[in-house]
Ligand binder design. Structure first.
Ligand SMILES: *Cc1c(COP(=O)(O)O)cnc(C)c1O
Length: 419
């Protein structure tokens, strides 16, 4: 490659004497290696066309890979609200400078009351909340105890904190306790867990975590990204469903999943929120969300509380769909909710199954390491309240055929309970 001829008056003509080097050439080898392991990822243009449906590069697909569990992400006729906030489309400042817009104050106040918490702090995303909060709660001389299946943003928060990391076996309270026993008595201890695990659809043993937290004097942080809006009274979350809201001092969740919006929250004591406002770097050193987004979150939270049919329908569809898949002989792991993995083992099988489904008109996305442990690739199916049962019935037929084509299920016998 030849350098573009520099302007004669340019001070930088000296550059021309160097042979241009391709300083990013090393990336080819790394990408080739990912490709060889069938782990390379790429972006595909995806348009959400109607509730429960997608257009991926021109092909219409049933959307079984969405986190919009309640179907709240689609605009309704009465949105945007005719409020001044909706007219300020950009943002323009971080929250601690001049970006604490009235929309923020309204959302935080309403949301704290809903969660029966003293206070709430909105972050720009769940990822930012987790890295900012965990890294401000613990430091060099402290220890963090994290379920091995926790979300990547929790892992990154722990790394950023420089605290000593312990990753306990998924849901294994004995393992966690053995680690807590050995902890340094002079440091702080933080236990952190997802409520519903995003790639498995399993549920945290919350009561046991609370017991351990009390017994060992640890702080407890629960990430309700996949349960907020779905469980408990008015969808307040799994913590509220179990009546443990006064035992868990750091409650986190997102507006980006069941609430169909964007951003995240922490609820807890005034002291906690005051501390985070002064220490969480991902809150301090980033631009505030545009107020229109904050208003959308508030609006969607209100809708989710007022429309319990969404939660009920999701719950019913999920139970039915999972039962049908099991009846066909698919391995759905230990899922108990709207997140239903179909285990394929190898990356190759996951991609093959995903391709088969794609050809049949279904979007089911292959989840591979490092998102899940090596050898546990899967398709992660998710249901929403706005899927039609007839479409799902059709999808199940397609999945059964695709499952046979890929050798994931063996025969059509032993299906007495599958109708
Ligand atoms: C999605 C997710 C996050 C990140 O939230 P974003 O708002 O998408 O950044 C954090 N934790 C868990 C468990 C999640 O599933």
């Amino acid at each position: 490659m030849k350098h573009r001829q520099a302007d004669e008056n340019s001070e930088y003509t000296a550059d021309q004497t160097h042979t241009p080097t391709d300083s990013l050439a090393w990336m080819d080898a790394e990408l080739d290696e990912l490709q060889a392991r069938q782990q390379v990822r790429s972006l595909r243009e995806t348009a959400v066309t109607a509730a429960g449906w997608l257009d991926v590069e021109g092909k219409r697909l049933l959307h079984l890979a969405s986190n919009d569990y309640l179907g709240l992400s689609m605009a309704e006729n009465d949105w945007p609200e005719p409020s001044p906030a909706a007219r300020l489309l950009g943002s323009g400042a971080s929250r601690l400078i001049t970006g604490h817009y009235p929309a923020y104050a309204r959302l935080e106040e309403e949301f704290a009351a809903f969660k029966q918490a003293e206070a709430c702090l909105v972050f720009s995303s769940g990822y930012m909340a987790n890295i900012g909060v965990i890294s401000s709660l613990v430091g060099r001389n402290d220890e963090v105890f994290s379920d091995r299946y926790n979300h990547a943003s929790i892992v990154d928060g722990m790394l950023l904190s420089r605290a000593k990391l312990h990753r306990y076996k998924h849901g294994d309270m004995n393992h966690l306790e053995s680690l807590l026993k050995k902890a340094n008595p002079n440091g702080k201890k933080l236990i952190v867990s997802d409520s519903i695990f995003s790639m498995d659809g399993t549920m945290v043993p919350l009561k046991e975590l609370v017991e351990l937290k009390h017994r060992y004097g640890a702080m407890l942080m629960i990430d309700e990204a996949h349960s907020s809006g779905l469980y408990g009274p008015e969808g307040a979350g799994l913590i509220h469903e179990m009546g443990l809201q006064d035992d868990i001092e750091i409650q986190m969740g997102t507006f980006s999943k069941a609430y169909g919006g964007y951003g995240a929250y922490i609820t807890g004591s005034r002291r906690l929120i005051r501390y985070l406002t002064n220490h969480a770097r991902s809150l301090i050193y980033t631009t505030a969300l545009p107020p229109v987004v904050v208003e959308m979150n508030r609006y969607n939270v209100r809708r989710s509380r007022q429309e319990p049919w969404r939660r009920e329908r999701l719950n019913e569809l999920s139970g039915w769909f999972r039962h049908q898949l099991k009846g066909m002989g698919f391995d759905t792991g230990n899922s108990v909710c709207q997140i239903i993995p179909v285990m394929t083992g190898s990356n190759e099988k996951a991609l093959q199954f995903s391709r088969e489904l794609h050809q049949r008109g279904i979007a089911g996305v292959a989840i591979r390491p490092p998102t899940v442990p090596a050898g546990s690739a899967r398709i992660r199916f998710t249901l929403t309240a706005v899927h039609e049962r007839a479409d799902l019935t059709w999808a199940l037929e397609q999945m059964e055929e695709a499952g046979h084509a890929c050798g994931l299920i063996s025969s059509q016998t032993d299906r007495a309970d599958h109708v």
